[in-house]
Design a protein around this ligand. Structure first.
Ligand code: SF4
Length: 200
């Protein structure tokens, strides 16, 4: 039997030295709006580095078997890891998958997990996301764009600066005030508010 192990990214210019876990863009984005599909930066990234697409697809296949996925992720996430970014590419593809993350996050209480998601806009996935974001060490922000309605009450929101509804702290990295998310940490600090991204 072939045992698949997840491919964990070692960080990016944007997040800094924070490990990342990703899935293929679009294919695993059930809440993607027309705007998001048209402007997907992750799809551009995958075109430039096809190996990323292969690695993300491998993660997707692994994620389809929830118990195996949870076990494999826990083998890869050290107990003392401080931060993990979920989904530089991809999104919460189903409620079962979000519940897998619930188990992972619960078993790594010293790690701050963070993700931006449009899957809140899929009614069958939202309850699992509400369970996940209720965990103290899991920071989910509802991504919105001009094609999307307002997210449910109580969510921190990740706006785009082209959205007339945008209100919140401009992303410090995009505005040259932080080298990376690792330095800034605004999005994965408890009790903070919305963030506003510049379209890139
Ligand atoms: S506001 Fe800070 S933590 Fe959030 S995305 Fe920008 S640099 Fe990263």
């Amino acid at each position: 039997m072939i045992v698949l192990e997840p491919v964990i990214g070692r960080g990016t210019l944007k997040v800094g030295p924070i490990p990342t876990f990703s899935l293929p863009s679009r294919f695993s984005c059930p809440g993607a709006s027309p705007w998001c599909v048209k402007h997907c930066y992750a799809a551009r990234f995958e075109r430039v580095w096809p190996n990323c697409r292969v690695a993300y697809s491998r993660n997707l296949v692994l994620s389809w078997n929830a118990p195996r996925f949870v076990g494999a992720m826990l083998r890869c996430i050290p107990r003392d890891l401080p931060y993990l970014r979920i989904h530089v590419s991809g999104d919460f593809q189903s409620g079962v998958y979000a519940d897998s993350w619930l188990q992972i996050v619960q078993k790594r209480p010293h790690c701050q997990f963070f993700a931006y998601t449009r899957s809140w806009n899929v009614p069958s996935i939202l309850p699992a996301l509400e369970r996940l974001r209720a965990l103290e060490n899991c920071h989910l922000l509802a991504s919105v764009d001009p094609d999307m309605p307002d997210p449910p009450p109580g969510w921190r929101v990740a706006y785009l600066d082209i959205d007339p509804r945008a209100q919140g702290v401009p992303c410090l990295h995009q505005h040259g005030q932080a080298k990376s998310c690792h330095e800034c940490r605004y999005c994965f600090r408890p009790g903070k508010g919305n963030v506003v991204f510049t379209v890139h």
